[in-house]
Ligand binder design. Structure first.
Ligand code: HEC
Length: 100
């Protein structure tokens, strides 16, 4: 290939190279990662599963999870609730309260 052709190939491929968007992935909303665990049983985004948890207020969810932490003997959901700190429960509840 002649030098001129090589230059042309280079120039053309540079010109048509797709522009890589300079977007930085936005951080997911606080609590979403924690809440994704709930969706396995409660359905995607908190509905369509065992019990609908989408549409509840944050304070309702906090209250229910705190009660579950104390239930004895613990059932499945009570054991689950015991795994979260107060801070995590607040984050979870605030996120879940945004879902309908
Ligand atoms: C392994 C399955 C499973 C997972 C994971 C799970 N849950 Fe549950 N959850 C249940 C079951 C089953 C019930 C109903 C029985 C009960 O209350 O023990 C329930 C009930 C609830 C209730 C009461 C609903 C009502 O209207 O009475 C709330 C609130 C709740 N879960 C929140 C959560 C949250 C928040 C998460 C994530 C941190 C979560 N659950 C994860 C299985 C699960």
């Amino acid at each position: 290939m002649k030098r001129r052709n090589i230059l042309c190939v280079l120039a053309c491929s540079l010109a048509t190279m797709p522009v890589i968007a300079q977007t930085t992935a936005a951080a997911p909303p606080a609590g979403r990662l924690l809440a994704s665990n709930c969706f396995q049983c409660h359905g995607t985004n908190g509905s369509g599963g065992v019990e609908k948890i989408a549409g509840k207020s944050a304070s309702e969810i906090v209250k229910e999870l705190k009660e579950m932490q104390q239930k004895s003997p613990p059932k499945m959901m009570d054991m689950h609730a015991r795994g979260y700190t107060d801070a995590e429960i607040n984050q979870l509840a605030n996120y879940l309260a945004t879902l309908r």
